[in-house]
Design a protein around this ligand. Structure first.
Ligand code: ADP
Ligand code: LRH
Length: 477
């Protein structure tokens, strides 16, 4: 196997990027070709994504990939989970995809549970309860029940526009709440009982398969004169991020830390017990049939939405400097429960955090750095508690914690997580998701071979990592 050039499209909830990877055995280079902002767009009736803008940016990035890498062998897309676009039988987009932070599902959750109760949903699908899981969005969307329409998850919608083929990639399908946790197939009986059309969902494809070549129209737009295949990867960004964890032992915990903090362990089989449901742990599908056993922690959304609030009021914010000032504050300050649903919608985050501190009779953070410290102390506490619960519920020991994603650049968060969990925290790579996407593509194209451990070995050789040791625990000799 030689070296291949591949493009990874990775759409996070706060930014999208198109990366070029040059990959072969012993070689892994990553170049950022295009980065663009992403976030909720508020319209009078709710929150949406700017999906056409994102598609346009994907094309800009792919155009650069084609120009910079004349031998480009393929491309693949991953994005955040659960959200979808509906297409008519003639292929036209119906409406604009909603953002998962939109509040409309609150009115339908009880109705869904009256048809199939939460305990049965968990036994069948293994999915943690989150108000935005696709099944609740379907129940809140009358357009879904018009016969003949297909719901495509975001990476699959973009993939359809690029190739003309409608599929559902399997890792992301596991976040719909309609996939059988044991078999990885659509749970047709559940879909019927919930009253959704039989043909609403497109056929499943696992990671590592060809979706198809770019359409001639797209190829013309990209000035491409040869067929370029789009393939599946872990199109759920968290599935690609977990594949992109540079672990060398099964005894690892991970924190995929960006807009969300996805905290858990990698397993071979789902845990579908009542205890697991009570703790709201999810069994999402990973690459190569693995199970991502994890819980969503609110994540750096708390910080990024605070920064946006300050910027809206005209304050310039230097995040790195703020984190340094927060690090100089004494330990033992106020903490909030980051997973309180009050923090989920966009809006004035510092005010919500101050109110939460006051409601718990704790000191109210009175400066931006005190607020940042409160957020990071609270996240580190939630990360450590979630890791401990993942260990307890799954029986998988966690000897080391890998923290990947944008949050791995936050030295204070990494150190606090090491201190509160009592485990070494290995930070990086920042772009674990794009790297996980590229590693699977490289294997599909024959430039790498082997299982996920072989892919992770390539990663460990190539990316700089930093280890944070828990305070008071001496480094091993
Ligand atoms: P997503 O994929 O969900 O869009 P990312 O993994 O890109 O998120 O992470 C974005 C977050 O990373 C930001 O909200 C910010 O808190 C953090 N971050 C990005 N750059 C830095 C940095 N230089 N120092 C500290 N934190 C950073
Ligand atoms: C992270 C993520 C997470 C989902 C959420 C909707 O980007 O995909 O795994 O729960 O977005």
């Amino acid at each position: 196997p030689g070296t291949v050039e591949l493009a990874a499209v990775d759409l996070g909830a706060s930014s999208g990027r198109v990366m070029l990877g040059r990959i072969g055995s012993g070689r892994l280079e990553l170049t950022e070709l295009h980065r663009f902002r992403n976030g909720p767009v508020r319209l009078p009736d709710g929150l949406y994504w700017d999906v056409l803008g994102l598609y346009q940016d994907v094309l800009v990035g792919l155009g650069r990939a084609v120009r910079q890498a004349p031998g480009l062998a393929g491309a693949a897309i991953d994005s955040w989970a659960v959200d979808y676009g509906l297409v008519d039988p003639d292929g036209a987009l119906v409406g604009n995809p909603r953002h998962y932070r939109d509040a409309r599902t609150a009115a339908v959750i009880d109705r869904v549970h009256a048809t199939v109760d939460a305990a049965e949903l968990y036994r069948r699908t293994g999915l943690q309860h989150l108000p935005f899981n696709t099944l609740y969005q379907f129940a809140a969307d009358p357009a879904v029940s018009v016969p003949g329409r297909t719901a495509l998850l975001v990476p699959d919608l973009l993939g359809y526009w690029l190739t003309g083929r409608q599929i559902t990639e399997q890792t992301n399908a596991s976040t719909t709440g309609l996939l059988d946790a044991r078999t990885g197939a659509w749970d047709d009986e559940l879909i019927r009982r919930l009253g959704f059309p039989d043909d609403l969902l497109a056929p499943l494809l696992p990671p590592g398969e060809e979706i198809g070549p770019l359409t001639p129209e797209v190829a013309t737009d990209l000035s491409l004169s040869r067929p370029l295949p789009l393939t599946t990867v872990g199109s759920h960004d968290t599935a690609s991020a977990v594949l992109g964890v540079p672990a060398d032992t099964p005894d690892f915990g991970y924190i995929s830390c960006g807009t969300w903090g996805l905290v858990g362990v990698e397993l071979d089989a789902p845990v579908l017990t009542d205890g697991s449901r009570d703790a709201n742990f999810t069994n999402e599908r990973g690459v190569d049939g693995t199970v991502r056993y994890l819980r969503n922690v609110m994540g750096l959304w708390l910080l990024s939405e605070s920064v946006r609030t300050w910027q809206r009021s005209g304050t310039t914010v230097d995040l790195a400097e703020l984190i340094e000032r927060a690090a100089a504050l004494p330990a033992g300050g106020p903490r909030i429960d980051p997973d309180d649903p009050v923090f989920a919608p966009p809006g004035d985050m510092p005010e919500r955090i101050r109110r939460a501190c006051a409601a718990r009779d704790q000191p109210v953070p009175d400066s931006p750095e005190a607020l940042v410290r409160c957020v990071l102390d609270s996240l580190a506490t939630a990360f450590a508690a979630t890791l401990a619960e993942a260990e307890r519920l799954s029986g998988r020991a966690v000897s080391v914690v890998h923290l990947v994603g944008g949050g791995s650049q936050n030295a204070l968060l990494c150190q606090l997580t090491a201190d509160t969990s009592g485990r070494p925290v290995v930070a990086g790579p920042v772009e674990a998701t794009a790297l996980g996407n590229l590693l699977v593509q490289a294997r599909t194209h024959g430039a790498l071979s082997g299982d996920r451990w072989a892919l992770r070995r390539e990663l460990r050789r190539a990316v700089p990592l930093r280890t944070y040791r828990p305070a008071g625990v001496p480094a091993p000799r």
